[in-house]
Design a protein. Structure first.
Ligand code: URA
Length: 237
């Protein structure tokens, strides 16, 4: 498989390795400089730093073909809400409704999330809502590791651009991906963890996913306890 085919299959590492090989070749030819447009250099330098605009990241997501999910999507779901929010909700991946609307959490689980946000005395416009994956996996199957690898730089850049103080990770997948752990959600939820973003520490509260609550309403009590901890931590001291 050539490197571009590897990249299309969701292995950007193969492309980086190809680029490194090319740079070594240029060095062997005694080539000591590159004539890259300033705009491209600035864009690469800004990756993952505060100051990169959400709209610049969004336009890359809309064009992204970094993994095979782009072949099946109707619309990528970048994220929505306040681009300078103190609180970001991170879910797993768009479902059918989100894929059609191009907006996160607009289906049944989304209605429940909207109620949770209202219970915090906030609106969806006060917070930012996004997902680990920007494109819908077929039949809502679990995201594959190569899809997460290809997509998570977008989320990291998104979070760096927003600069929140808090993240609420919705469900096992979001919590385990953000915190790079395989600890079950039942043990992660209910206490704060740390996500590092461009030298800043962001407090992460994992809780159960609203879709899980639709089938296990008895767990709403746990989620409300987690959300209350979050509200308390967000209060000005
Ligand atoms: N579930 C998610 O994790 N994200 C959405 O946007 C919708 C449902």
């Amino acid at each position: 498989m050539n490197r571009w085919a590897a990249f299309e299959k969701g292995d950007p590492g193969a492309v980086l390795e190809g680029a490194a090989e090319y740079l070594r070749f240029l060095k062997e030819c005694n080539c000591s400089g590159f004539d890259l447009p300033k705009r491209s250099i600035a864009r690469v330098e800004n990756w993952g730093k505060a100051g990169e605009s959400l709209s610049a990241i969004r336009s890359e997501v809309l064009r992204c073909r970094g993994c095979p999910l782009h072949q099946h999507r109707n619309r990528p779901v970048f994220g929505a809400g306040n681009g300078t929010a103190r609180l970001v909700f991170v879910g797993e991946a768009p479902g059918r409704d989100e894929d059609l609307a191009g907006e996160p959490f607009v289906g049944e689980a989304g209605k429940l999330l909207t109620k949770i946000i209202a219970a915090m005395n906030l609106t969806r416009e006060d917070v930012y809502i996004c997902n680990i994956l920007k494109c819908r996996p077929p039949e809502n199957r679990n995201p594959l590791p190569q899809e997460v690898r290809a997509c998570s730089p977008f989320l990291r850049r998104q979070i760096a651009s927003i600069g929140p103080d808090f993240i609420c990770a919705l469900g096992a997948f979001a919590a385990q991906t953000l915190l790079k752990t395989d600890t079950p959600i039942s043990r992660l939820r209910g206490s704060f963890h740390t996500f590092r973003s461009g030298g800043r520490r962001i407090s992460v509260m994992p809780t159960f996913h609203p879709a899980f609550l639709l089938h296990h309403p008895e767990r709403k009590r746990d989620v409300w306890a987690d959300i209350q901890k979050l509200m308390q931590a967000m209060e000005p001291h």
